[in-house]
Ligand binder design. Structure first.
Ligand SMILES: [Zn+2]
Length: 351
């Protein structure tokens, strides 16, 4: 089965000006969270050494920028943000993908006065002007002493042919945003078995962290409206049974992580101008934090539209029982027009 699938684009978010720097924002806060890895995990840096990929900071940290990218990508899918991360459909802001019609309302934001919900939340860079956004994740700190245990993996690399439009398009429409299934317990069939089945591919050696690592991090935010706050909480904690993908090797089954709330602090930034300003800060901890997230995200969790149903199908962890592999180059060559479903049907689910 192909390791990725598509979340339909759904409805585009309305575009609005971000709250101005000069205005007092009414609300802000900090979300404290714990991330636990469910399978091999690696936020990578390429070393100068030949074909070896190792964890950044020996695995003791997760850069805030990595967490921000993960949250933004999830928020774009769920919230109907513009197509800013997968730039392949647009080239310098101009729609540039001939196999499918341009989806309406998803062009990358190009006007600071009219930003989609995710550009308002996570920032935008438009013709050298920068909006820094309303959400800032800090660095993830590993909980432990020394450094996390690592293990070597021989991994087959090889990207699917990007020109295989039949996977990305259905009825001349873009299928949506790409996302990877979870299969942390089946990192792969052995290298030799995969090579025998799918043809020779290049392998590289990877040093990844063993499963079960925990990291604490916090996310500061300011000036989110209730809809954006709900989207942030959903993008962080998802819902029962779903997990995130973070870091290197998503197609191969790396990077499944679970995020849970530890404490949620909300600050009424205008309270200091009123009497009784000591009520300005509210702190929800443990079970109260979980209940707070459930309450704020109940509309999204109750949404059974095509976008949310696809999110539930693809981000469920563990994913379906299947043999995971990209089609080989020879398969693409022999089946130039075959759709994703045809490949998956041929690679029938196995136990
Ligand atoms: Zn945008």
């Amino acid at each position: 089965m192909n390791p990725y699938d598509f979340i339909p684009l759904g409805r585009p978010s309305p575009r609005q000006a971000p709250p101005g720097h000069h205005l007092l924002t009414a609300r802000g806060g900090t979300i404290h969270a714990r991330l636990t890895t469910l399978g091999p995990f690696l936020v990578a840096q390429q070393t100068g050494m030949q074909n070896t990929i190792v964890p950044v900071g020996q695995g003791k940290v997760i850069p805030g920028s990595s967490l921000k990218g993960m949250l933004r990508s999830m928020a774009e899918m769920v919230g109907g943000g513009c197509i800013s991360l997968s730039g392949s459909l647009y080239s310098r802001g101009i729609y540039d993908y001939s196999p499918a019609e341009e989806p309406h309302g998803f062009a990358p934001c190009d006007d600071m006065g009219r930003l989609c919900i995710t550009c308002r939340m996570f920032g935008a860079l438009i013709r050298r002007a920068a909006w820094k956004g309303l959400v800032e994740p800090g660095e993830g700190q590993w909980l432990g002493s020394g450094a996390p245990r690592k293990k070597s993996f021989d991994v087959i690399v090889g990207q699917p042919k990007p020109s295989h439009h039949a996977f990305y398009v259905k009825n001349r429409k873009v299928r949506g945003r790409k996302a990877y299934y979870h299969h942390p317990d089946k990192i792969m069939v052995s290298v030799s078995a995969q090579q025998a089945t799918y043809g020779a591919r290049q392998t590289i050696q990877v040093r990844a962290l063993e499963p079960g690592q925990a990291y604490d991090f916090s996310v500061r935010h300011e000036g989110l409206d209730p809809r954006a706050y709900a989207l942030l909480l959903y993008a962080l904690f998802l819902e029962e049974g779903l997990s995130h993908k973070l870091g290197w090797g998503k197609p191969m089954g790396f990077g499944s992580v679970k995020i849970e709330p530890l404490a949620i602090v909300e600050i009424d930034l205008l309270a200091r101008y009123r009497r009784g300003g000591d009520r300005a800060t509210v702190r929800h901890e443990g079970a109260a934090a979980v209940a707070h997230v459930d309450e704020k995200t109940k509309d999204l969790r109750g949404d059974t539209g095509e976008v949310m149903e696809a999110v539930r199908r693809i981000f469920r962890c563990p994913g379906p029982e299947a043999k995971w592999a990209y089609p080989s180059y020879s398969w693409f060559k022999e089946n130039p027009r075959a759709a994703l479903e045809e490949f998956n049907a041929r690679e029938r689910t196995v136990r």
